[in-house]
Each structure stands twice: as C-alpha cells, then as structure tokens.
Design a protein around this ligand. Structure first.
Ligand SMILES: NC(=O)c1ccc[n+]([C@@H]2O[C@H](COP(=O)([O-])OP(=O)(O)OC[C@H]3O[C@@H](n4cnc5c(N)ncnc54)[C@H](OP(=O)(O)O)[C@@H]3O)[C@@H](O)[C@H]2O)c1
Length: 193
C-alpha cells in the first residue's frame, strides 16, 4: 500500500514510516520543508517530499503532524488530499469538552469520587484483562484501585486525575463497536508497564 505520512518527520511519523516500510508498504514521509523530508526519509530508508507532493499517488494519507497543527494542516491540504482516505493519529493530551459523568457526579456530592471499570463488561468481569481507574482524591482512588484489582484477573492501573474519566467513559463506546465488529467480548490489556 502507498502511504503518505504528513508531518512524518516527527517522532511518531518516523517510527511509523520505519515500521510500515519493514512490513512492505511504499512510504513517503511528508514535511512542510522538502529538504527536511528528504533528509529524514533517507535516514529511515523511504521517500521524502513536501506534504502536498507526498499525497500524490497515495492510497492512504496519515495525518501525523503535531496535534496543535493537525486541523490547520488538514484545512491547508484540503485540495491536495481531495477524496483520499485519511487516518488521523493526532491526539490532545489534555482532555477537553463536556465534563464526564464522574465529574458531574463529583459536583453534586461531598464525597471523593473515583471513576473506573469502564472497559470491563458484565460478561467478562473476573477474566484476564486490566482495569483503569482515575480520580483526584488519592485515598478514594486507592480503594477503587484495590476493588478494580479484584474485579479483573489482571492489574488495576492508576489512570490519573478525574478529568481523565472523559477519555475512560468514551472507551466503553469504543469497545462496544469492537465487540459488534468482531463478535467478541473485548477487554483491555496494557503493554510496556
Ligand atoms: N509520539 C507518539 O508516541 C504519538 C502516539 C500516538 C499519536 N501521536 C500523534 O501523532 C502526531 C505526531 O506526533 P509526534 O510526536 O511525531 O509530533 P511532533 O514530533 O511534535 O511533530 C510531528 C511533525 O509535525 C510537523 N509540524 C509541527 N508544527 C507544525 C505546524 N505548525 N504545521 C504543520 N506541521 C507541523 C513537523 O513536521 P515538519 O516540520 O517536517 O513539517 C513535525 O516533525 C501528533 O498529532 C500526536 O498527537 C503521537
């Protein structure tokens, strides 16, 4: 498959280019600066070009530029991308938008609130998988983590502040989609920890 990685000169794009090239894909690293693209691409052993030129002929475009520039870059390259399929890998580390259910629950209570087990389904409780728990109150979170550790045959991980419940609550919908697509009962297992 011919893949164009926009902003492919960065840490993620370079690593992805190397991996895909090893797997047999025809990869072009894109950059705002064609010389930079060619220099980085030569180190990786793939082709390099200005973002606009990298897109030409690609079967799939990967938008891998700095997250703060992803939207503006998509707008700028709208015509060049045309109707080519695009994979957006950009992600903001700060979770924004509507507060999570857990944050709203915390608002109406005097109690310290933790949130977790969003990726553990009723059907798979007790099976081999990990659990993620977040919260702002360390004591409440420690208790919730102990419980979560008993609820799965895996590890319970501290997933940061309660604001991360926005991402965790969203994972339930992601797993539901995966379960439908693969007729499965998916859970989550972290690697590299
Ligand atoms: N790093 C990871 O482990 C990881 C994991 C999953 C997803 N991601 C996502 O993958 C994307 C790339 O991550 P990264 O760590 O490789 O990022 P990065 O190194 O900060 O940036 C990647 C490239 O973005 C381009 N860029 C920077 N500012 C730009 C601007 N104002 N307009 C257009 N392009 C700009 C630069 O390319 P040129 O200067 O060559 O144009 C830069 O090399 C991010 O959106 C991130 O959220 C990263």
């Amino acid at each position: 498959v011919k893949v164009a990685i926009l902003g492919g000169t960065g840490k993620f794009g370079t690593a992805l280019a190397r991996r895909l090239s090893e797997q047999g894909d025809d990869v072009v690293i894109g950059s705002r600066d064609p010389e930079k693209a060619q220099r980085v691409a030569a180190e990786v052993g793939v082709a390099g070009a200005k973002n606009e030129d990298a897109i030409a002929g690609a079967d799939l475009v990967v938008l891998a530029c700095d997250a703060s520039a992803a939207l503006a870059t998509a707008r700028d390259l709208r015509d060049a991308i045309g109707t080519r399929p695009l994979l957006c890998v950009a992600s903001e580390l700060a979770v924004k938008g509507v507060p999570s259910l857990a944050e709203q629950v915390a608002e109406v209570l005097d109690a310290p609130v933790a949130a977790g087990l969003h990726t553990v389904s009723a059907r798979t409780i007790g099976s081999e998988q990990d659990a993620l728990v977040c919260g702002d109150d360390e004591d409440a979170k420690a208790l919730a983590l102990e419980l979560a550790g008993r609820a799965v045959d895996g590890r319970a991980y501290d997933a940061g502040p309660l604001a991360n419940a926005r991402a965790l609550e969203g994972l339930t919908g992601v797993l539901v989609a995966i379960n439908k697509r693969y007729k499965a009962h998916a859970g989550i297992k972290l690697t590299g920890v």
